[in-house]
Design a protein around this ligand. Structure first.
Ligand code: SF4
Length: 232
């Protein structure tokens, strides 16, 4: 049985909008369909949502589900980082496809900085992340994986996620199981946990590898305790 990553990590869309322009972007389609903001190419910061971080019940949050960290203004980032520091009960993830545009340092213990890699020609993003973002935790999301990334330097990476194309195009564009196995072997050699997203079930079968970092598992365990106490 597979678990859905969205049950483990929830989106908190503090910023909506992105200029990266991926052709398969669901955030852009949804923003236009539901008219969430006027122009997806002009990211907006929803400062009021920062209050959601004050919840005492621990949670794992993805903060870039409808944006790219490279499109965040520096003052937004600083405000968000300050709030993260005040709320160590949660874990926070960021993703970018343009680590070459970033340059900062942070000593946050509960912030995870990652890049998306969809093909071999994008492996430079992992190097750029390690060089330009000096942080305590790194992750890489290989999704949707379009070709064989080959040998990957995962030094210093703390978690990888592997996924395939979803939606209408998933009928014609598929991740090869060999690419997912190769990434998994390379990560496991370095004791890096690996999470195959639930969309890979039709490709990889029911024996899914879905490992989370200890810090995320701790949050999920604390959530369970919290929920049990509430139901008593
Ligand atoms: S980086 Fe993310 S939010 Fe930006 S266009 Fe690509 S898929 Fe959409």
């Amino acid at each position: 049985m597979s678990i859905c990553i969205k049950d483990q990590i929830q989106n908190m869309n503090l910023v909506i909008g992105c200029t990266v322009g991926c052709p398969y972007c669901y955030a852009r389609n949804n923003t236009r369909r539901y008219h969430i903001i006027d122009d997806f190419e002009k990211p907006q910061f929803f400062q009021g949502k920062l209050r959601m971080m004050e919840k005492k019940k621990p949670q794992n949050f993805l903060l870039t589900g409808m944006s790219d960290l490279s499109g965040w203004h520096e003052e937004w980032r600083e405000e968000v980082f300050n709030k993260i520091a005040e709320n160590p009960q949660h874990q926070f993830l960021f993703l970018t496809k343009r680590p070459d545009l970033l340059s900062f340092e942070t000593d946050l213990d509960n912030a995870w900085f990652g890049v998306t890699v969809t093909r071999k020609s994008e492996l430079w993003r992992i190097d750029a992340l390690r060089s330009n973002v000096k942080a305590k935790k790194y992750h890489v999301t290989f999704e949707p994986l379009f070709d064989d990334p080959g040998k990957v330097d995962l030094t210093g990476i703390d978690w990888i996620v592997v996924g395939t194309m979803t939606g209408a195009k998933s009928r014609t564009v598929k991740t090869d199981p060999g690419w997912a196995y190769s990434l998994t072997e390379q990560a496991h050699e370095l004791n890096i946990p690996v999470f195959w997203k639930e969309d890979l079930v039709p490709i990889m079968g029911e024996e899914m590898i879905q490992e989370m970092p200890d810090a995320f598992n701790k949050v999920l365990e604390e959530q369970r305790i919290w929920n049990n106490q509430k139901s008593k």
